[in-house]
Design a binder for this molecule. Sequence first.
Ligand code: 2NL
Length: 358
Amino acid sequence: MEPTTNRAAWDQAYARVESALRGANVGACADLLQLEEVRVHFLGRKSGLTELLKSLKDLSIDDKKEAGPKVQALKSAFEAALEARKAVLEEAGDAAALAKDAIDLTLPSVRPPRGRLHPLTTTLHGIAGIFSRMGYSWAEGPYAEDEYHNFTALNMPDDHPARDAQDTFYLKDVKRLLRTHTSNVQIRELEKPGAKDKPLRVVCPGRVFRHEQIDATHSAVFHQVEGLVVDQNVGFADLKGHLQTFLQELLGSETKTRFRPSYFPFTEPSTEVDVKCFFCPGTGCPSCKHTGWIEILGAGVVNPKVLSGAGWDPEKWSGFAFGIGVERVAMLLHGVRDLRDFYTNDLRFLKQFDEDLV
Ligand code: 2NL
C-alpha cells in the first residue's frame, strides 16, 4: 500500500507541532487548572500532536521506524515537562494551604475565666480558720429549727420579744422557724450523747434569718460564726483571752480591745466587745460613730440554765460563748458601706476581692 502522506509533509507537520509545544511554555503555568488546560490543548484528541501520531500510519515502513520514536520522544518530553510543573505547583499549593491553616503552637492558650470565692465566704473561712487553729472544731445544723432549740434551750422565755413574728420567720406547716442565730447548732452539739462530759470547743458558722427591714446594715438573711467552749473551771478570763487572741489574729497584733457589759438571756455575765477604731486615730469618724471604738462581737459566760437544760452538770462544767456577724466583719475589713452589695452579685463589685482570708 502506497503512503498517502509523504515524508516531507509529515516532517513539516512535526516541526509545527514541536514549535507549538515549545511555545506552550509549561513552566509559566500559574496553577494546576491552567496546567490541565495546556495538557488537554496540546495532548488531547484534537491536538496537533495526536493528529501527527495518527498520521504515522500513512508513512512508509522505513519512515515510520524513524518518525515514530521521534514523535514519541517529543510527546514524552512534553509530558515530562507537564509532570515536573505539576509537582512544583502541588508542592507550592500544599505550602500555601499549610501557611493558611498554620497554628502557632507557641501562643499562650485562651484561659477560661477563673471563678473566686465570695467575700462573705472568705471572711467566714478566715474567722473559722483562726478558731480552728485555736483547737475549735466546726459544726453545722438545720436552718429550719424547732422553737425549743432556737429559743427555749437558750433561756429565752415564751414571751421573749425575739420570738415575735415581727422578728422571726415562722414556717407555716410544721411548727418550725428559720433559725435566728446558729446557737441551735451549739445546743445540738451539747445534746449529742457522745459529747457529754468531755471538754467542748466548737464554732458553728452559717446562715441565719431575721424578719428585718432591709437597709445598708440590715439583711433578712445573713451569716454568723458562733462559738462555744465548755470545760471545767472556764470563766470570763478565758473568754477574754480567746477573743483577744482571735481579734489580734483577725485585725493585727496591735489591736486594742474593750469589753463592755451587756445582756443576753443565754449568758451571764454578758459582754459586747469593741476594737479600737482602725479608720481613725481614736479621734472619731463615721465608721466608729465618733466613739473611737468599733463594736465587733457579743459574748458571755454560758448561763448555767443553758448547760443544765442540755443535760450538763453546771456545778462541774462551765463555759463561754460568742457570736460574730460575718457581714459586719467583711464590711469593716473591706470598707464596704452597703451590706446589699454582698447580695446583688454585681461582678464589678465581686471582682475587687482577692482571696487573702481563705
Ligand atoms: C451577738 C451575740 C452571742 C452567744 C451568742 C451562745 C450560744 C449558746 C450558749 C450561750 Cl449555745 N451563748 N451564743 C452568746 C453570746 C453572744 O452573740 O451579738 N452576735 C452577733
